[in-house]
Write a protein that binds this ligand. Structure first.
Ligand SMILES: Cc1cc2nc3c(=O)[nH]c(=O)nc-3n(C[C@H](O)[C@H](O)[C@H](O)COP(=O)(O)OP(=O)(O)OC[C@H]3O[C@@H](n4cnc5c(N)ncnc54)[C@H](O)[C@@H]3O)c2cc1C
Length: 420
């Protein structure tokens, strides 16, 4: 069947949105001291309001999917509409003019887990999960990090042992965002301890409600509990829920991580334009333009944000052109979170003690939430140091980082000879 033209598609999207959502009130100009002064990196919700918001987000996804806008670019045999990416962009630009429920609970499932299931899942897994995920019926989480394996993910020790047509998974994962409202998780486990660490791993889809799965919340320093520890005690997973070949889990993990950096990088580090505009209004309110040192700091901040926006645009253009972005994503992630840190430093120079002691004054102590959340952004999806290693090796062509267990760690860097 012929594709609808972009104009026809946008007209259909507009009709759907007008019938099902409210148009956003015209962007109100931000005025210092008016409205809420809340600024944060993470949404700090209690579990019951989070549950309500997740239900609203799911309801909206269902409506959107049933109207034909839920999985615009996906393959038809798994429930997508097989339309070009330009149609997705056209829909997004119309939807951005409407108030729709926040879709944050789907970021990991749809942004990272679903593309991995599509690339590596069995036909049965793709048929069972993809449509339901894109329709918002089920939510996915990412079960990679462990207490002893984060940056060096391939050191993970959760094991999966074969038992006929099933696998038995035992171990512990940590920092699992959204595990408490997820239905399925993408897990990477060790299936062969005798192979080199990257080669003995396998990916699976695991039912988060299966017997033997225990989820415990982790409270972060901002007060909320967005993450969890997840314990697996002899959890059974059918072999048709394996992702990719046995012992090929490293490639499965890379598919997910590539999508993760694309999602985080394109997001520009959580702050976004409005937060930055707020900083500028605040600087005016506190008379920063009259202080030569702070004025210089602000100018630097503005320049760095502009440069980051251009770099993000470069990566997004690559995606639009159907290419996979490379180190631009590592750069976008590193620069985005570094700019958040700079913004925090700038705020602390203006506000001083008001940032750490609640004086009740509008727009002062509220910033502490953002500052306490920023380090999380600098670790998630690959820490700053790991991003620097990637840029050093892939962009600058410097020698490979000597890993803790690689033989090169013991080589003399000048002569290349092995040390005893
Ligand atoms: C907000 C947030 C959300 C997250 N969500 C998830 C999730 O949903 N699922 C999931 O599986 N995980 C998740 N994580 C975990 C995240 O992937 C890990 O925290 C991250 O990979 C770092 O691992 P680690 O915490 O074990 O730190 P480590 O790897 O132990 O690092 C400790 C320190 O050493 C540095 N370091 C490590 N290796 C090197 C090196 N080679 N060179 C130089 N410095 C190095 C690091 O930069 C860091 O400063 C999340 C983390 C955060 C903060």
């Amino acid at each position: 069947m012929a594709h609808p033209s972009i104009e026809e598609f946008q007209a259909q999207a507009l009709k759907f949105l007008e019938a099902n959502a409210e148009r956003k009130a015209a962007e109100k100009k931000f005025v210092w001291g008016e409205g809420s002064d809340k600024v944060s990196m993470f949404e700090e919700k209690d579990r019951s309001s989070e549950r309500r918001d997740v239900a609203k987000a799911q309801e909206w996804r269902q409506k959107k999917y049933d109207a034909g806008f839920g999985w615009i670019t996906g393959p038809e045999q798994f429930g997508g509409r097989a339309l070009p990416a330009a149609h997705q962009r056209a829909y997004d630009s119309v939807e951005s003019k409407f108030d729709v429920p926040n879709q944050g609970c789907f970021t990991i499932g749809l942004g990272m887990v679903a593309p991995t299931i599509l690339a590596h899942g069995s036909d049965l897994a793709r048929q069972s999960y993809l449509q339901k995920m894109w329709r918002g019926e089920i939510i996915g989480c990412q079960l990679f990090s462990e207490p002893g394996a984060g940056s060096d993910l391939a050191s993970l020790s959760t094991k999966a042992e074969r038992d006929g047509d099933e696998w038995i998974i035992t171990g512990q994962k940590v920092w699992t965002s959204g595990a408490h409202y997820s239905d399925i998780g993408e897990i990477i486990a060790r299936t062969d301890v005798n192979l080199p660490k990257h080669k003995g791993l396998t990916g699976f889809i695991v039912d988060m409600k299966a017997p033997g799965v225990e989820i415990r919340p982790l409270r972060q320093m901002t007060g909320g509990a967005s993450f969890n520890e997840v314990f697996f005690t002899e959890v059974r997973v059918r072999d048709d829920h394996r992702l990719g070949d046995v012992n090929n889990g490293w490639n499965v993990a890379l598919t997910t991580l590539m999508n993760e950096r694309a999602a985080i990088g394109a997001g520009g580090g959580g702050g976004g334009i409005n937060m930055f505009a707020r900083v500028i209004e605040m600087a005016k309110f506190y008379g920063v333009p009259n202080d030569p040192v702070l004025r210089d700091e602000l100018a630097n901040l503005i320049i760095k944000n502009r440069v980051a926006a251009f770099n993000n645009q470069r990566a997004l253009d690559k995606i639009k052109a159907g290419q996979m972005p490379g180190p631009e994503m590592s750069m976008a992630k590193l620069v985005g979170t570094d700019n958040m840190r700079r913004m925090g430093d700038f705020l602390s120079h203006i506000l001083g003690a008001k940032l750490v002691a609640d004086s009740g004054e509008w727009g002062t102590y509220a910033w502490s939430q953002l500052i306490l959340g920023t380090p999380g952004g600098r670790i998630a999806g690959g820490s700053d140091e790991v991003m620097r290693n990637i840029l050093a090796e892939r962009v600058l062509g410097l020698p490979k980082d000597p890993g803790i267990d690689s033989t090169s760690a013991f080589k003399d860097l000048k002569t290349g000879t092995q040390k005893a």
